[in-house]
Design a protein around this ligand. Structure first.
Ligand SMILES: Cc1cc2nc3c(=O)[nH]c(=O)nc-3n(C[C@H](O)[C@H](O)[C@H](O)COP(=O)(O)OP(=O)(O)OC[C@H]3O[C@@H](n4cnc5c(N)ncnc54)[C@H](O)[C@@H]3O)c2cc1C
Length: 428
């Protein structure tokens, strides 16, 4: 079917997963989409562990086969919450809700793929550091504008501002900073170090992502095609006890945790150690007249359950639909709906991640194991499966905001824990 061009000019600042996905989907709808990037992404970028909801985005963009080639098939996630016990989630539990698998991906080739898809779809890419300035609308509202030197890079816009400017600048939150928009911050203030290693014992089943609880934090093991990505996310102050450099801290934390040390006994680091700050943030405002935010630029919830790329790319999907399926005079209402959806998702992810940090999920797992031992049989098995389906569906991104799943989890973490203290499994 031929798409009739839509005469809107959309300028997207940032070509990470959110910006490039938005550019691709808008261009496919015939929108004049121009996306800019300053090319300052480091060689090693976090965000290698993906969840099943993203597979539906890959299918919509027509890139699943390519993702499968550069990535690793991921059947689920295991949380090791003490040296003798683990919670293993298989994505097959979410059959009928979502694809029953996801992928782990090295970020550079993955980001290049999404970028190329946007360009092939007809979006125009301009490599540059976007310069912004503020302007005022007729109603006196402070809004972002492209500075003349950036506008000049799109000659056929003839010096006119685009109909819509999108902030996809990730954690730099360009518009929020320019306009002085505040944000709600979560409690965690961690540092994260990660690197790729060879000669490690790879997780089982093949492709499984492993999260291990550490003192004052947690670690990830993400199996990629030719390496194991190992990362730690720990309280900033606590990290200093392990050494004075990121390398010393990462290597010491691996050596001092039994499951990590065993997996990495003969490890050889093949990349530099890259460091990030971990935080939790939701902006107080995500749109105004002629502008809107997408991906991390609007909000980001802790990475323990890997919602980052899912939120970046599904928010791009939601925003693309809001832009393309409405006329500009309807955008204000459409963007309010889009941001209500975004906030609700971030809130639901935060609620889910909190019961991992708070230890309730692991106390619940222990209670379930005790019950199955004391009352073996079909009823406990059916209850266990039902609960697993809902938890996997939430962690897979399909049931994260589903009222039944959320209420079930709230009820179980409040009334379903016997004989175990969540605090014993909490991450301090
Ligand atoms: C420790 C840690 C671990 C994580 N692990 C995972 C994980 O396992 N799985 C997962 O799904 N997510 C993970 N994430 C989150 C994930 O990395 C992000 O959510 C995701 O990359 C956000 O994508 P984005 O497109 O919104 O922003 P970004 O990827 O940050 O892209 C923004 C782009 O905008 C560009 N830009 C900024 N300013 C300008 C300017 N003035 N002009 C031009 N270009 C500009 C930047 O250079 C960049 O290319 C993790 C995050 C952290 C902190």
């Amino acid at each position: 079917m031929k798409i009739s061009p839509k005469p809107y000019r959309v300028g997207i600042i940032g070509a990470g997963p959110a910006g490039a996905t938005l550019a691709a989907l808008l261009a496919k709808e015939g929108v004049d989409a121009v996306f800019f990037d300053d090319g300052k992404r480091p060689e090693m970028v976090v965000g290698e562990s993906l969840i099943p909801r993203l597979v539906t985005v890959f299918r919509r963009m027509g890139i699943e086969d390519e993702v499968a080639k550069l990535g690793t098939y991921k059947p689920g996630v295991t949380w090791i919450f003490d040296e003798n016990d683990a919670l293993e989630l298989s994505f097959t539990a979410m059959r009928g809700v979502l694809p029953t698998y996801a992928y782990n991906v090295p970020r550079k080739p993955f980001d290049d793929l999404v970028h190329e898809t946007a360009v092939k779809s007809g979006a125009r890419f301009i490599p540059c550091t976007v310069k912004l300035e503020t302007g005022r609308t007729e109603r006196g509202e402070l809004v972002p504008r492209l500075a003349a030197e950036t506008l000049a890079l799109v000659p056929d816009w003839n010096g006119r501002q685009p109909d819509l400017l999108v902030d996809a600048s990730g954690r730099r939150r360009l518009f929020a900073k320019l306009l002085g928009i505040s944000a709600r911050l979560g409690q965690r203030k961690d540092v994260s170090h990660f690197a790729h290693y060879e000669n490690c014992v790879m997780p089982k089943p093949a492709g499984q992502t492993i999260i291990t609880r550490l003192k004052h934090g947690w670690s990830w093991r993400i199996p990629l095609l030719h390496a194991l990505s190992i990362g730690v996310v720990v309280d900033k102050e606590h990290a200093k006890k392990y050494g004075s450099t990121p390398e010393e801290q990462l290597e010491a934390m691996i050596d001092q945790n039994k499951p990590l040390a065993e997996a990495g006994m003969n490890r050889r680091r093949i990349t530099p150690v890259t460091t990030y700050a971990n935080y939790q943030l939701i902006s107080d405002q995500g749109h105004g007249e002629g502008w809107v935010s997408v991906g991390d630029a609007y909000g980001f919830v802790d990475p323990m359950l890997s919602p980052g790329l899912c939120m970046a790319m599904t928010s791009a999907e939601m925003l693309a639909d809001a832009i393309a399926q409405n006329r500009p005079e309807q955008w204000d209402v459409a963007f309010q709906d889009y941001l209500a959806w975004f906030r609700e998702n971030l809130k639901a992810w935060q609620e889910l991640v909190d019961i991992f940090y708070g230890g309730q999920i692991f106390a619940l797992q222990r209670t379930g194991t005790d019950m199955a031992r004391r009352f073996p049989g079909k009823i406990s098995m059916v209850m266990q499966r039902h609960f697993e389906k809902n938890i996997s569906g939430m962690a897979g991104g399909g049931l994260t905001t589903h009222p039944y799943s959320r209420n079930l989890l709230r009820f179980m973490t409040r009334f379903g824990i016997y004989g175990h203290e969540p605090a014993d499994f909490a991450i301090a």
